[in-house]
Design a protein around this ligand. Sequence first.
Ligand SMILES: *Cc1c(COP(=O)(O)O)cnc(C)c1O
Length: 239
Amino acid sequence: MTAHDIAQRYTQVLERIHQAARRAGRNPEDVHLLVVTKGQPLERIQAVVEAGARDLGENYPEEAVPKIQALAGLPLRWHMIGHLQRRKAPLVVRHFAMMHSVDRLRIALRLERLLAQEGRTLPVLLEFNVGGEAQKHGWPAWDPNLWPTWADEVAQILDLPHLQVQGVMTVPPWNPDPEAVRPYFRRLRELRDWLARRFPQASWHHLSMGMSHDFEVAIEEGATWVRIGTAILGPRPGP
Ligand SMILES: *Cc1c(COP(=O)(O)O)cnc(C)c1O
């Protein structure tokens, strides 16, 4: 992966995002690209930033912070997209612009306390498990009958003054066929619409869904944030 390859792939992905949005009758400006840099060396991240990327996503704060520090001074927004352990929460409060993966009440309460101490707010998305896989995080959402079971927890999170809930996020079951993933994207959108009716006081604008191999289908189903790593930066080098 040379810097030239990465710039070219970045431009191609942007073009595919625009085309998918237009096909779906949507405004391409409503779909934001998050470049997922987990497991990628600094040179590749610098290349994609030079190509124009401003929103970067990481799963592990302890892996992200050295990169964030190395690129300090550039106008970047770092997004936390992975399951967050309580003891790593201070790193998110200190270094990240947004968190897509608030997946339980306890972590929301922990973030709220730290944010209050720092005197800052954090835009967040709530993560839902739409596929029912045991290893995936988020509130159980594969069956609409389950939704009322955690509605009270969502209500508590909406009351936290330093968390700005802006929508929902999911990581659906992996399938090489993007069409097989479409029902999960649709389910998240239906869930978002349900939340918007139930909690009209909050903003539910954002749908964070779609990765390298299925982002066009996600856009057709309403994604406002697509999280793309390997399609732009190439395969993550092994440890
Ligand atoms: C790794 C990751 C991505 C990006 O995956 P690619 O297949 O490399 O595009 C997106 N979202 C989350 C939550 C991830 O962990």
